[in-house]
Each structure stands twice: as structure tokens, then as C-alpha cells.
Design a protein around this ligand. Sequence first.
Ligand code: GTP
Ligand code: MG
Length: 196
Amino acid sequence: MNLRFVSSSAFLKDCPEPGLPEFAFIGRSNVGKSSLINMLSGRKALAKISSNPGKTRTINHYIDSDSSFYLVDLPGYGFARLSKTEINVLEKIIHTYILKRQNLKCIFVLIDSRHEPLKQDVTFMNWLVRNNKKFIVLFTKSDKNRKNDLAKLRAEYMLKVKTMVSGFVPDIIPTSSITRLGKEEVASIIKEMLLT
Ligand code: GTP
Ligand code: MG
């Protein structure tokens, strides 16, 4: 997937014209959204990454080389270190973008593969279901688990979240921006959705 940076937008109104299908990456701060976009593009420094949670504060558009779709790197939710006002502002930006962006085809919700279902993620997925938004769950940082552990974590997570999120599609795609696990699978999901 050959991607090029297009723009960083503070608000929905600043985003590029919604002329192409769009796929957004969201999840808790520091979960690995920007790293995953870099991994998909095969470029290390396309999207800015940082071990400091809260790195991405804007809506970042990337376009593929055939100009057939956009990938979007969103700010994370659940910043531990931000003020209540800052959290509210970012949440409003994310919610407005998801609810109003007409060309948004699907949202990839990123979850750290090492974690139990966390309240913020469950709340967010329920919000997506309530608002009829299509989403797919990706596990990030899968390289941090042994293979057997990963399979077990994935199965347990699916089982738990199924009871917590009504309408949860019981599947999770494991990814790693280090080993590039999941690269082909995510790319082929995007390709397939471009045909629908
Ligand atoms: P915000 O922009 O703050 O919301 O974070 P983000 O979700 O974009 O996370 P980012 O890609 O900046 O990564 C956060 C940290 O996790 C960085 O230190 C990355 O190097 C690390 N990281 C991301 N993906 C992986 C992965 O697949 N494996 C490992 N081991 N580390 C990862
Ligand atoms: Mg980021």
C-alpha cells in the first residue's frame, strides 16, 4: 500500500473534499494507530509516532498512490494526562468526524492485544453500534505476546466483548507494526470494501 500524506485537519470542516472512500483508525492513545498506518504503507516515518500518549491531535489524511481511497489517523481517546476540557474537545472532534463524514466506509478500532476489555473501548464500541457505524477490531502490538498466548487472548477478548457490545462482529485481526503481522489481511479488507 503506497500512501502519501495529504493533510492534518483540526476539525471536520477542514478535511479534504469527501470524494473518495475513507477508512479511519481509532483507539486509545498510544495503542499504535500511527505505527499501523506506517506499517501498512511500508514507510517508517509517514505518520508521527511517539511513546508519549496524545501525540496525534488532528485528523490526518493519507491517500493511496492510485488515489482510490483515504486512510485516516485519528487522535486517541482516553488520555490520562489531559485536562477534562482538552478531553472533551478531542472527543467532540472524533465524534463529529465519525458521525458526519459521509465518505467514511469503515472504522478500524485498535485494541492493545495485551489488555482485558477496557471500559473506554467498550463504551466507544457501544457508541459505534448505537450510531450504526461499521467497525472492525484490530489487535495491536501482537509481537509482545507469544503465539499461543495471542490466540488465547484473542479468543477470550472476543468472548468477553460479545457480551458487552451488542452487535459486535466476533472477529479480531491480530497485527504488529514490528513483525508486519496483519498487513495483507488489513489491505485485502480495504480492497474488498472498495468494491462494495
Ligand atoms: P497517539 O497518537 O498518542 O494516540 O498514539 P498512537 O495510537 O498513534 O500510537 P503510536 O503509533 O504513536 O505508538 C505508541 C507507542 O507504541 C510507540 O512507542 C510505538 O513504537 C509503540 N508501538 C506501536 N505499535 C507497536 C507494535 O506493533 N509493537 C510494538 N512492540 N510496539 C508498538
Ligand atoms: Mg498517533
